[in-house]
Design a protein around this ligand. Structure first.
Ligand code: ASP
Ligand code: MG
Length: 413
């Protein structure tokens, strides 16, 4: 049994759905196929929720029309019986006519989850029309979570029991990424970009032979082509390296996705849906380390340095107070470093959260900060790779461990 996962970009139009069908027909006739919402539908549904919850019915109605028109355009480019998808669109319209029932996050999950429902209904209709026998399967009946809306935590025992029972061999099992169900029957989601995780859950429960994530890049690259002209495709990476790269901010795969696969030794392929015969990258249990240096850039970072007002050293009680303040402000620390009399951290430059955080910190510390800095992480670095990224940059802070160096720099323009 193999598990395939297709993201939103792979099914953003009718041609994308046709391409998916071709990949499934040639390589995945008995696979479990996990699909995200089409194109940018999740963002569009998030906006719809905002209008609906803010009691802006006209804006909500407009947004619904946009979402409907987008899916209709895709349907019009395909053949099949799309009655189920139309029913979903109609039920969403009816839902929006009622006043909001529940807290924001709960309502969010009831609405935003429909992006995946719609996309799989359209794709199932098309696959069946093309004589690729497809079993549309409702992930909400299989992925059991707690009641944490927008970040459901999976009940593995019950989920595996249901998945094993539901998945039949010999046909395509088509299901939704990202969505699940709370014990009370309300729909939950697993957090943005959660579809990869769904694929890993299915693979884990089914003891699958492999998972393949079909993307618009040729595999896992050693740097984001946005920042680097010359990138190298990493043919093989260890689970550990994949987790580390994701942790430092490489956007390839969520670390949550890797862990279940690592526990069962299930290989994870990252391949291009644009050239489906190319081998791509495989992540698995390999002895050798990835020796090619990988570069991860985070821009728009803020370097904050704290100095105790009372000239006390940076001791444990100060540190626990500092962490408490960050947690309270909901700001995640990307890097930290301390000296005897100061403590520096690098965080994402989030304008909604940083000012409040700085206010909190100023109660106990003298605070200095540097905005618009970059955090560069190099895994498997050497001096020449460091020199390469420091061209035209001022180095503000450096942290080295055996395999990884992190550099906080300011662009000299
Ligand atoms: N559609 C969801 C999102 O965009 C889940 C996913 O794509 O993985 O976040
Ligand atoms: Mg998506």
């Amino acid at each position: 049994m193999n598990v395939f996962k297709f993201g939103g970009a792979s099914v953003k139009d009718a041609a994308g759905v046709q391409n998916l069908a071709e990949i499934v027909r040639t390589q995945g006739k008995t696979a479990v196929v996990v699909v995200s919402a089409m194109g940018k539908t999740t963002n569009a549904l998030e906006e719809l929720v905002r209008h609906y919850m803010n009691k802006k019915p006209d804006k909500a109605e407009n947004q619904l029309q946009t979402i409907r028109a987008y899916h209709e355009e895709i349907i019009n480019g395909l053949t099949g019986n799309f009655g189920n998808a139309y029913q979903t669109l109609d039920s969403l319209a009816t839902y929006l006519e009622q006043p909001p029932a529940g807290q924001y996050d709960e309502v969010y999950d009831q609405i935003v989850s429909l992006g995946e429902v719609l996309s799989t209904q359209i794709i199932a209709a098309y696959l069946n029309d093309r004589s690729i026998t497809t079993n549309w399967t409702d992930a909400r009946q299989l992925i059991c979570t707690d009641s944490t809306f927008r970040e459901g935590s999976v009940d593995w025992t019950e989920t595996c029991r249901r998945i094993v029972k539901a998945v039949r061999t010999g046909v395509v099992t088509l299901t939704q990424g990202f969505i699940g169900q709370a014990p009370n029957g309300r729909t939950t989601t697993l957090g943005r970009e959660g579809s990869d995780y769904t694929a890993a859950i299915f693979a884990y429960c089914l003891n699958a032979d492999s998972v393949t994530i079909w993307k618009d890049v040729s595999g896992v690259l050693n740097a984001d082509p946005k920042w680097f002209d010359e990138t190298v495709l990493l043919e093989k990476i260890t689970y550990q390296d994949a987790i580390e790269l994701a942790y430092y901010g490489a956007t390839v795969i969520h670390p949550k996705t890797i862990k279940p696969l690592q526990n069962k030794g299930i290989p994870l392929f990252v391949r291009s849906f644009l050239s489906p015969t190319a081998p791509g990258t495989v992540i698995g249990n390999y002895e050798q380390h990835l020796l090619i240096p990988s570069f991860i850039f985070k821009v728009n970072q803020v370097l904050i340095s704290l100095h105790p007002n009372d000239f006390s050293f940076i001791a444990e009680d100060n540190l626990s107070r500092i962490f408490g303040r960050f947690a309270h402000a909901g700001v995640k620390i990307n890097l930290m470093q301390n000296t005897a009399i100061s403590f520096s951290v690098v965080v994402d430059g989030n304008p909604d959260r940083i000012p409040a955080l700085l206010e909190l910190l100023k109660q106990d510390f003298r605070v200095s900060y540097n905005e618009h800095v970059e955090l560069i992480t190099i895994r498997y670095y050497d001096q020449s790779t460091i020199d390469r990224v420091l061209v035209n940059k001022k180095l503000l802070l450096e942290q080295k461990s055996r395999y990884t160096v992190q550099l906080v720099v300011k662009d000299l323009g």
